[in-house]
Write a new protein. Structure first.
Lengths: 253, 463
């Protein structure tokens, strides 16, 4: 009974970590649910608050400037790490982008050498190689199980996966986790992390639907999502892909 | 000798670029001249009899510099102004090269005052080269993150620059932007704060508003009034740090859409009363900044008022044209804060609107278009009569508008000229068309509109 289904999204630090159009990810989840008659609610889980994981079907953490990340790191460890780990262990869907992705790992070492502890939900760590190192900035194309993800990345930190975390995708054009091992993002159970914004979900509808389906199936059982007309989404994605490939050719020429 | 050679080479390359039809050649001559004489800006700026004033900030620098330039003219001096928005060091060099004689002298230098707008990242180098009398800092917003990395990097560079300024440089700072106002603490010379004391201009908090933290204690600022973004009347509830009392303060403002705004601005030397020809709260702050810079330069009150009243729209910024019996307004939008202000002004105009939005992803636009998701397009819900989206990333913008529930029906047309035709066809005679382009799209669309409106192009009008 799809009419009664509802996706409940918890947006961690929505007013702090919202740097690279992260709202686009939330709007995409909303749009794709509402088009199918699936209910949608989103709640901000800000500084100073803890949360009950079972109250949500999908948790989202976006990216922010380094300054905000420092503020968030303490709060994350004190108030959010325990329910986040509980959510991850129970198979709940978590999506983290850029700064949020870094914070879900074991730690983030800043350019100055200071170490911010992470939530430890993903088996990975991130280190910023110093102010003189080049930021990883540009259009990116990566391949995951069910196709292609396109977007933009802009990060100073370099992320390396531990043995328990699987890469989310492999890099075709761009830097990905660290610009060296051709891996992009991470997946551990139903926890997903990625550097791809731009925003991530609007131009990657298959990935968006994968997350929605996964999140809903935990409460309502397996039920396929009705197909949507994605011609505009795919058009935007084809343009972005073309630009990324042209830039790549120019760089390697 | 080297200076003269550099000026000659710069002038030659400017001429060549014009002959070849590459526009006015804003940067190339500067690049050439700087290569031959790296200190060319310092040496020519040193000749300015009235010194110079630099203007920088994420939003509003072109408009503020234009206002200040008009004030300087009204005071009987001659501004030397990089009007074209060519605001990197090479743009400054090009401006000076165009003005200097081949002998290496600026003609009439004793009456000349440099009014120079600077890119945020280029400002420190320009301050070193020009030894300015005044530096006006307007605001800091997220903008072109793909280029600068983060907003904080700019603030850090400015803080470093301020430490090294001579005591003869007056800082003009926006009291209403906590990250700019805080820079006054490191000042070596005088500081003049400007601000707005009209709570009725306040609005609700926008999505893209960056939260500002108190640098003294780390607390979160509280606002009694938010004008836009993080600009407002702020204080830190934790340690009592608060907005400095502005010496130049807007005490009255009556907005009349894109027709302009009537302002009453208090200054230490008297009250400036003027009706500007620009809309939007951000332009009220720009006017206050220009007045404060004028005060710092010692310009008479009458000149300040005349400059405000006499300033029309800067290139592509609220510029209005008549075309085929339709009114066309071009509204340059570069980042979420600027865009939100345009949308707020548009939403306040009664009736439905015809829109043409252009999104490019060149270096000058920002290669990362994710910022469109931070813009509150939802503000225009129910007010849109027709929508055309265009530019290289038209489809991205179309998605944003669809997901925001702004426009059900829209035309997506990547080609700029075809999109303009379609938007004009949507607009009946006597109606308004609002064109919102990013920077590189604006240059092209404005050119097309100006040509059809039978208006001289910017370059011909300028020189």
């Amino acid at each position: 009974m799809s009419e009664t289904r509802e996706l409940r999204v918890g947006h961690l630090y929505g007013s702090l970590l919202n740097l690279y159009g992260d709202r686009g990810n939330i709007l995409t989840l909303k749009y794709r649910c509402e088009q199918r008659g699936i209910g949608f609610v989103v709640e901000d889980i800000g500084l100073g608050k803890t949360f009950e994981p079972s109250g949500y079907d999908l948790l989202f953490v976006g990216g922010g400037p380094d300054r905000e990340q420092q503020r968030v790191a303490d709060d994350l460890v004190d108030l959010k790490a325990v329910p986040l780990r509980e959510a991850a262990d129970s198979g709940q869907v978590i999506l983290a982008v850029c700064g949020g992705y870094q914070l879900l790992g074991h730690y983030y070492r800043e350019a100055g050498g200071e170490e911010l502890p992470g939530a430890g939900v993903l088996d990975l760590h991130t280190e910023h190689p110093g102010d003189q190192a080049r930021r990883c900035i540009g259009n990116i194309i990566a391949r995951w199980d069910e196709g292609m993800i396109v977007g933009f990345e802009n990060h100073g930190g370099r992320t390396r996966l531990g043995p328990t975390a699987q890469p989310l995708a492999t890099v075709e054009v761009g830097y990905g986790n660290n610009g060296e091992d051709d891996l992009e993002g991470a997946r551990q159970g139903n926890v997903f992390g990625t550097y791809i914004h731009g925003s991530l979900l609007p131009k990657n509808p298959a990935f968006a639907d994968y997350l929605i389906g996964l999140a809903l199936s935990r409460r309502y059982g397996e039920e396929p999502l009705a197909p949507l007309d994605d011609s505009l989404e795919l058009r935007a994605r084809a343009v972005a892909e073309g630009i990324a490939r042209r830039e790549h050719r120019r760089k390697s020429a | 000798m080297r200076l003269q050679a550099a000026i000659a080479a710069g002038k030659l390359s400017s001429l060549a670029s014009r002959v070849l039809g590459r526009g006015g050649g804003t940067a190339l001559p500067g690049l050439v001249a700087e290569r031959l004489a790296p200190d060319i800006v310092a040496r020519l700026a040193g000749q300015l009899g009235q010194g110079s004033a630099l203007v920088s900030g994420t939003n509003g620098k072109t408009t503020t510099a234009l206002m200040l330039s008009a004030m300087v003219t009204a005071a009987g001096l001659r501004p030397l102004h990089n009007r074209s928005g060519s605001n990197l060091m090479r743009g400054l060099a090009a401006t000076f090269v165009a003005e200097a004689g081949v002998g290496g002298r600026l003609p009439g230098a004793e009456k000349r005052l440099g009014v120079l707008e600077l890119d945020e990242a280029a400002l420190p180098a320009a301050a070193k080269a020009t030894n300015p009398r005044v530096i006006a800092l307007l605001n800091l917003f997220r903008d072109q993150l793909d280029r600068y990395g983060e907003v904080d990097i700019i603030a850090d560079r400015w803080r470093e620059m301020i430490k090294g300024l001579p005591a003869t440089t007056t800082l003009v700072l926006n009291a209403d932007d906590p990250s700019v106002a805080g820079l006054g603490e490191g000042a070596t010379g005088p500081v003049i704060y400007f601000g707005v004391d009209v709570p009725a201009l306040g609005g609700e908090r926008e999505h893209a508003a960056d939260i500002r933290w108190c640098p003294r204690c780390g607390g979160e600022f509280e606002y009694s009034t938010v004008y836009y973004g993080h600009i407002g009347i702020w204080r830190c509830p934790t340690c009592g740090n608060s907005r400095p009392r502005p010496q130049v303060v807007v005490n009255g403002a009556e907005q009349e859409g894109f027709a302009g705004t009537s302002l009453v601005i208090d200054t230490p030397g008297g009250v400036v009363t003027a009706k500007t020809r620009l809309a939007g709260v951000y332009n009220i702050h720009n006017a206050a900044a220009a007045v404060a810079a004028g005060v710092a330069l010692g310009l008479p009150i009458e000149a300040l008022a005349a400059g405000l009243a006499g300033t029309g729209a800067a290139f592509g910024r609220q510029e209005r044209f008549e075309l085929e019996g339709k009114r066309v307004t071009i509204l340059l939008g570069k980042n979420p804060a600027g865009f939100n202000q345009l949308l707020r002004t548009l939403a306040a105009i009664p009736g439905t609107k015809h829109l043409a939005l252009f999104l490019n992803d060149g270096i000058a636009d920002g290669r990362d278009v994710s910022w469109i998701w931070d813009v509150d397009f939802e503000r225009l819900k129910g007010q849109v009569a027709s929508t055309v989206v265009s530019g290289r990333r038209a489809a991205d913008l179309a998605l944003r508008l669809r997901y925001g529930g702004v426009s059900e029906e829209m035309t997506i047309e990547e080609d700029l000229e075809a999109a303009l035709d379609r938007a004009l066809a949507n607009t009946a005679q006597g109606e308004d068309l609002y064109i919102l382009p990013t920077y590189t799209a604006m240059l092209r669309v404005r050119e097309l509109v100006a040509r059809r409106a039978k208006m001289p192009s910017y370059w011909e009008a300028e020189r």
